[in-house]
Design a protein around this ligand. Sequence first.
Ligand code: BES
Ligand code: MN
Ligand code: ZN
Length: 486
Amino acid sequence: MKRSYVIGIHQSVVQEQWVHAWEEQLGQPIRSFVRAQLIDTKEGACTVVPYATEEEEGVIYFVGRGRKNDLTTKRVRPLFATVGKRAKERNDENMYVVADSFTSSEGLDDDWIDVATEGFLLGQYTVPTYETTNNAPDYELKSFVFHGAERQGEIGRVKAEAVNWARTLVNEPPNVLTATRLVEEATQLAHKHRFELEILDREALEDIGAGALLAVNQGSVEPPYLIVLKYRVDDTWDDVIGLVGKGITYDTGGYSLKPKASMATMKGDMGGAAAVLGAMDIVGATRPNRNVIAVIATTDNMISGEAIKPDDVITSLSGKTIEILNTDAEGRLVLADAVTYAKQEGADAIVDVATLTGGVITALGYDKTGTLTNDATFYESFERAAEDEDEFVWRLPLTEADRRRIRTSDVADVNNSPGRDGHMIFGGGFVGEFVGETPWIHVDIAGTSWASNAHALGPKGGTGAIVRTLARFVERATIRPTKRNE
Ligand code: BES
Ligand code: MN
Ligand code: ZN
């Protein structure tokens, strides 16, 4: 077997205990390499060197740790992503991490093995392709083992696989990943983890009166669906967290057509749905002590003689009427029905996740997720979850004046596009109108769920943003009665 070793290295490594043993074991003068500056110790650098012993030969990945004690658990993730990427490129399938060469940094806590495993597998992710001329060798990671560690990174593997799955859902072309296909993916997930599954098709949506989801679907030849998954801890169904995802498999804008440059990449407009499914995959594997309902509203947003148009008035599942001012503000419409359904099914708190507005990109760029909430205390646990997962979230305000503008219409209860000024807030705030008093967090991942260039944790394309944060949040969230109920 060809083993590849991973060894963490910094300038003062010459003084560390583990080095002697490994120099002998691998027959390489590691300390001399460092002194002669043949190995780059800069944080995140990766130098591949061969070794040969009597039993085996292969390569050593020397990973720069930066300064002696700088390495923290969070910083381990991108470090190992680099190794993962290189290993896949080099076709190294048996990886063996020398744990002692990392643990000498005091900044690491017990989770580092999971985070390293997660980073490694995120770094290995590649976008599925349909190229007929693609000659990349079939790569299959056979082992990723920490030598000298008490446990292995099982949770890290679960998380990375969930994130990578969410990435793939986003990356698949929109003619492949239709609402029907999203239903199939969710069904497989339900079977994998024994979730309760309910699929509402067009007929069922008509029966319950999900007029907002149906309205967005009107111009399409693809059928719409509401996907519902339930993870039950036991027979009780209380303190239920609702995860609600926007599943627009393609957003042309409808009659309020997008300019062609902004239409490309709109296959990623189901990123919220992908994030919710990814989080549910982690929930199913880790089985936290918390009931969860996931609701995904899915369709594409197309044009035909039957499509909705500006000036239409529609009736949502909640009974509230909506004046359509812009058919490109479709995400909030499908989410309105999805959060209403989640509430009807017993959600005591709701987190909706969506690629909802270009406004969040204008406000925060591509590396920060924008949020809104109606309950600051509930939000605290979300913010902590995001911080623990090293995902940047930033809360924007939602004021009474904003709500008034959403409620301004001559012909309906609300309008779907009050203006372009601060419109991230109007997008999320619109969803909030259908949530009411239930503790709620709105998560706009329009900027973060898609990367236009390769980045520290993966290639360009779907990023799987917020998957890990959602799962950690589910584990930890405290739902308490809102002030209004006291
Ligand atoms: N799916 C888009 C938002 C989006 C923009 C996602 C860029 C990813 C990247 C959403 O449906 C949309 O079109 N929003 C409009 C709302 C406007 C019409 C009020 C927008 O942001 O321009
Ligand atoms: Mn749109
Ligand atoms: Zn959209």
